[in-house]
Design a protein around this ligand. Sequence first.
Ligand code: NAD
Length: 255
Amino acid sequence: MSIAGKNIIVTGGTSGIGEACAREFIRRGASVVMASIQQAEGEALEAELATIGRARFISCDVTQEDQVRALIEGAQAAFGPVHAIHCNAGAWGQGTAEDFDDAIWNKVMGVNVKGALLTAKHGIPALRAAGGGVLLVTTSVAAHVGFPRHAVYCASKAALEALVRCLATDYAGLVRVVGVSPGTIKTPMLAATCEGWDKPVEELYAEVARKIPVRRLGEPEDIAQAAAFLLSDEASYINGTILTLDGGTLALPPW
Ligand SMILES: NC(=O)c1ccc[n+]([C@@H]2O[C@H](COP(=O)([O-])OP(=O)(O)OC[C@H]3O[C@@H](n4cnc5c(N)ncnc54)[C@H](O)[C@@H]3O)[C@@H](O)[C@H]2O)c1
């Protein structure tokens, strides 16, 4: 199974799942452009990964079209034709419908949905110019369950799953469009969701782990392994598929 020699862009590639994917893709011989709004983390990661492979950080807010366009051009300038793009940048926010306002819409729907659409808009022509490629989207089990006080986040992930299916049919034969749908993965975003609770994070994680059939939280590397497969040529017949990686969480009966 190989992604060696491919030029891959990972949005949100400087933290959590995206960082693990960047590390794994480079370990497997790909060139990786990490894009995010984390300038300092991005520069440090580029310096570290450049010692083992071809890595570049490009600062990019995926909600800004000019920055997304510049990201794609920057990746082509850095490592040549772009073979795969992982739309992984994500933002989280909580609240009920009565808490809803433009700020949460712009943050959560802006990064998760508009960001993925803009990345597809400017990334797909680059993939086609490379002779075909893969667009991988990080969705979430939140697309399928109603997390309390997470209506906008859940709606954004359901929208992303619809986007994967639509793009997969629109560009079939030219660009494969696939998704990874993580369950509960130990990342800074997950830690942020635990803030304000009456227990330490590790205690909360242990409680959640007891409710997951495999009795552990996911590691970012669990997603990276699946992402590397989905981007590889060995996955060439997989299109429009969203792979759930949740330790069996969604398979569990509700009683
Ligand atoms: N951690 C989980 O349990 C979990 C579960 C399901 C899905 N996800 C999804 O996985 C993806 C990665 O999340 P994570 O858990 O690794 O969180 P994280 O907070 O560690 O990483 C999020 C990344 O997105 C980047 N980002 C945020 N806003 C951006 C913007 N406007 N432009 C560009 N980059 C931006 C951040 O800089 C960061 O690099 C997200 O799409 C998230 O919704 C996470």
